[in-house]
Design a protein around this ligand. Structure first.
Ligand code: KIV
Length: 283
């Protein structure tokens, strides 16, 4: 019997009692089921889907319909973890009205309990309108991959005084606008620590040090599924990339050498019934 589903008030309570919040990404049913069974608190269907699952160079091309499709699949697996859908590029930037309508689709059509969007002051009107509509919003500050071209690449943010001050001010604006939590991505640990101490809502760090209220990673990264790409802030907790390749090579070998399938992997007819049916027909 799984624990009761994770709720938003619980996240605030966990911040107060300093019980760390665990979060990971998922894009498919089986991965989501494993995360839920492992006791992960928050499951984000991140727009990293674009790069990790769909092979795009950036997160920009993934569409709202693609995000909804994968959010539905993940939602079917979760019994306890809180499901958050990531609003893709240009699904919320153009207008407040569009942002509310598109956020609503994650809850109405895909079973999400909350949405996430990137940016600070420039999206605070959207955050306020979405939360006013009864849809919980998670903010995302620091390295915001949807702005990769504006940022000039995937770089650590908030290293100088002015940038750090802007990120901190944005964090306060998002909290005021009604965000229930903030992802802090790729910012110095001391800045993340200060923001975490100043806010009432939980911070979930990715490359933001140990003092955030919780941590999130892309599941495929932390399981070592892409050994050619291990950013500084990722710890590979498994070596699935190499294990997968080994298993696949063994399969190729065994099919070619006819060691697979064996008798135990093979169905047989009842007392050769196919043969006797054929004999009866010809006799
Ligand atoms: O898209 C994503 O996976 C994310 C997390 C890494 C925070 O935004």
């Amino acid at each position: 019997m799984p624990d009761n589903p994770v709720t938003l008030p619980q996240l605030l309570e966990w911040k107060k009692i300093q019980r760390k919040i665990t979060a990971l990404t998922a894009y498919d049913f089986l991965t989501a089921r494993a995360l839920d069974n492992a006791g992960i608190d928050l499951v984000l269907v991140g727009d990293s889907l674009a790069m990790v699952a769909l092979g795009h160079d950036t997160t920009l091309p993934v569409t709202l319909d693609e995000m909804l499709h994968h959010t539905r699949a993940v939602g079917r697996a979760l019994k306890r973890a809180l499901l958050i859908g990531d609003m893709p590029f240009m699904s919320y930037q153009a207008s407040v009205e569009q942002a509310v309508t598109h956020a609503g689709r994650f809850l109405k059509e895909a079973g999400a309990k909350a949405v996430k969007l990137e940016g600070g002051a420039q999206v605070s009107a959207q955050v306020q309108a979405i939360t006013t509509a009864g849809i919980p919003v998670m903010g995302h500050l620091g390295l915001t991959p949807q702005s990769v071209h504006q940022l000039g690449g995937y770089k650590v943010q908030g290293k100088n005084y002015l940038d750090a001050r802007r990120i901190k001010a944005d964090a306060h604006k998002l909290q005021k606008a009604g965000a229930f939590a903030l992802v802090l991505e790729a910012i110095p640990a001391d800045l993340a620590e200060e923001i975490t101490a100043e806010l009432d809502i939980p911070t979930i760090g990715i490359g933001a040090g140990a003092k955030c209220d919780g941590q999130i990673l892309v599941t495929q990264d932390m399981l070592g599924m892409n050994p050619d790409f291990v950013p500084k802030f990722v710890k590979p907790f498994a070596d699935l990339g190499h294990q997968m390749e080994q298993g696949l090579r063994r399969y190729v070998e065994e099919v070619r050498s006819e060691t697979f399938p064996e008798t135990r992997h093979t169905y047989s007819t009842e007392s050769n019934s196919l043969k006797s049916v054929a004999q009866k027909k010809t006799g």
